[in-house]
Design a protein around this ligand. Structure first.
Ligand code: FAD
Length: 533
């Protein structure tokens, strides 16, 4: 054991895929000294993830990266489930997002997205040190910190880095998880899938609509990726193996069965993979946290695997900032698993259910329930629900009729000097208490205000576009969206966390939350998952 209290970094990140990269970008923005280790020298070239949602884009917006990323992504407008015979089982047209001005869903090309994010790391020079070609071979910890042992893959030289905390973002076969002795619970479906990525030569009808070809034997995912790329995913049948699909000539019959020809596309690359419904039994061991695929694996149907890792990173980064800066206790970090596990479990359940539709495993009654009557009011499908918390670093009830635990919408607003912008641009990176027409400080006791002041909280009034007497920190709610939202929950003041969730409201008290976190959040959250289809 090494009880050295001299630190090379506040945080060490192991793995620089989308999860580790997002964590590094957040910590870099917050000025938290970080060292990231990545064994590969270059970006993983395969386009694995295919979608990014409005809420993930809102995370990137907080880093000032949404505009750059939007340039390399395409809006996805709808998805549909169709039989090979052309019968449409059901469809979903994406309504406008309540979270801001980003589309509900983007098609991405993962290597390009990662390239844009990596370029943005240039802004974190001097704060984040990324070591490529460095494989982490051991992680030890003691009461004070973590020692990360890495090996330079070119020279073979070993290096030891001491950090206060470590984030294991080293993917589904995480060696750090193994080293910590944390079991990966759940199951892997033995069926293999072949994933074919292609470059588009010539547009075909409705290429941009994400299509699930539903079939008991050969269900297929057919999805436009950004930048003129396209993806198909086919399951192998029981008598087939990788050898049967080793070359482009062997892949063409699969594509031809959907009417796809070499006049339309050029096959770019292909790979084989299996679906997992798995989660690590705990996501924190002492000073080491599991994030992304290292903590959870889900089937790809809901397009939420990578995004869940990115949200893990955004969830834990501000907590680490507060703890490293000494403003909140280490126990705040227990809220990471408590907050993330229920959401990831819910997304996993949705992904499994979507897979059952594609594979036509639903009963007739379940299928009938999927097709809403033509005159039914539009309902928000669970997949599109804005992120919410079921507990963690919040005060009071997170019931559906409570503002606590919800994400605040992001309407277009104005500041007191007349500048028009999106709400988050006024919220910044910290905590903000906002009052509906009143200064939140009016409802705070002296001690509660002192506690929020320690966190550097800002206090703002929300006023309507017709109001007079505007003060410096006021937010002009141009279309009344914020006031309507707050009044809908019967709240006059909400306390917002850096990640735009409501931590507290005047209904349950505005003291800085001090949550009681129960152990075993991940186990509890995943306990009721349906079996992997
Ligand atoms: C076919 C397919 C389709 C998918 N579609 C979607 C989708 O539409 N939407 C979605 O959100 N997700 C999707 N996913 C899932 C998504 O790709 C993963 O969830 C995501 O890449 C996980 O990111 P990560 O950073 O956690 O792990 P990884 O991407 O696996 O990154 C881990 C990194 O850690 C590095 N590393 C590992 N061990 C060490 C070590 N010892 N030392 C140093 N470095 C190390 C690796 O080299 C790697 O760069 C899909 C996956 C597949 C396979």
């Amino acid at each position: 054991m090494n009880n050295d209290t001299t630190f090379d970094a506040d945080v060490a990140i192991i793995g620089y895929g989308p999860t580790g990269l997002s964590a590094a970008l957040c910590l870099g923005r917050y000025g938290i000294k970080t060292i990231a280790f990545e064994r590969e020298a270059a970006i993983y070239p395969r386009a694995r993830a295919v979608t990014v949602s409005d809420s993930t884009m809102r995370c990137f917006q907080s880093l000032g990266l949404d505009q750059d990323l939007a340039k390399v992504m395409d809006e996805t407008v709808a998805l549909r489930w169709v039989t090979y015979g052309g019968h449409e089982i059901t469809h979903l047209t994406f309504p406008p997002s309540p979270l801001g001005e980003h589309p509900r869903s983007y098609a991405i090309y993962q290597p390009k997205m990662e390239e844009v994010l990596r370029e943005a790391m240039g802004r974190c020079a001097g704060v984040v040190d990324v070591r490529f070609g460095a494989e982490v071979v051991d992680v030890e910890q003691d009461a004070e910190g973590v020692t990360v042992v890495s090996r330079d893959l070119r020279t073979g030289k070993e290096n030891r880095v001491r950090a206060r905390y470590a984030l294991a973002c080293d993917g589904g076969s995480s060696k750090v998880r193994e080293r910590l002795g944390v079991a990966m619970l759940g199951e892997t479906v033995e069926k293999q899938w072949v994933v074919i990525d292609a470059r588009v030569k010539r547009w075909w009808p409705n290429r941009h609509i994400l299509t699930f070809w539903s079939d008991k034997e050969r269900p297929v995912v057919d999805i436009a990726l950004a930048l003129g790329n396209h993806r198909w995913e086919f399951p192998l049948e029981a008598h087939e193996s990788e050898k049967d699909f080793a070359t482009a000539e062997q892949l063409w019959p699969l594509l031809n069965s959907l009417g796809v020809t070499d006049e339309m596309i050029e096959i770019h690359q292909h790979a084989f993979y299996k679906h997992h419904v798995r989660h690590a039994e705990r996501w924190r061991v002492g000073r080491v946290f599991l994030l992304g695929d290292a903590a959870h694996l889900m089937p790809p149907w809901a397009g939420q695997g990578m995004q869940s890792g990115i949200r893990d990173a955004f969830n834990i980064a501000w907590k680490l900032r507060e703890v490293v800066k000494g403003r909140l206790p280490d126990s705040l970090l227990d809220a990471y698993e408590a907050e993330r596990a229920p959401t990831v479990a819910m997304m996993t359940a949705i992904a499994v259910q979507m897979g059952r539709i594609i594979k036509q495993q639903l009963t007739d009654a379940e299928m009938a329930a999927l097709a809403p009557p033509p005159d039914a009011p539009p309902e928000e499908p669970p997949l599109l629900r804005p992120p919410f918390l079921e507990g963690g670093w919040v005060r009071g009830s997170v019931a559906p009729d409570s503002a606590v635990g919800k994400t605040i919408p992001q309407p277009r607003v104005a500041d007191s000097s007349g500048r028009l912008c999106l709400l988050d641009e006024l919220l910044g990176d910290g905590f903000t208490l906002i009052g509906d027409g009143l200064d939140p400080r009016e409802l705070l006791s002296a001690s509660d205000k002192a506690a929020w002041d320690v966190l550097g909280a800002r206090y703002a009034r929300v006023l309507g576009a017709n109001d007079r007497g505007v003060d410096r920190d006021d937010i002009i709610d141009l279309n009344g969206v914020l006031q309507q939202w707050m009044r809908g929950f019967g709240v006059r003041v909400v306390a917002l966390r850096p990640d735009r969730f409501v931590a507290a409201s005047d209904v349950f008290g505005l003291a800085v939350p001090a949550p009681e976190i129960k152990a075993g959040a991940a186990r509890a959250a995943f306990a009721t998952l349906p079996p992997a289809a």
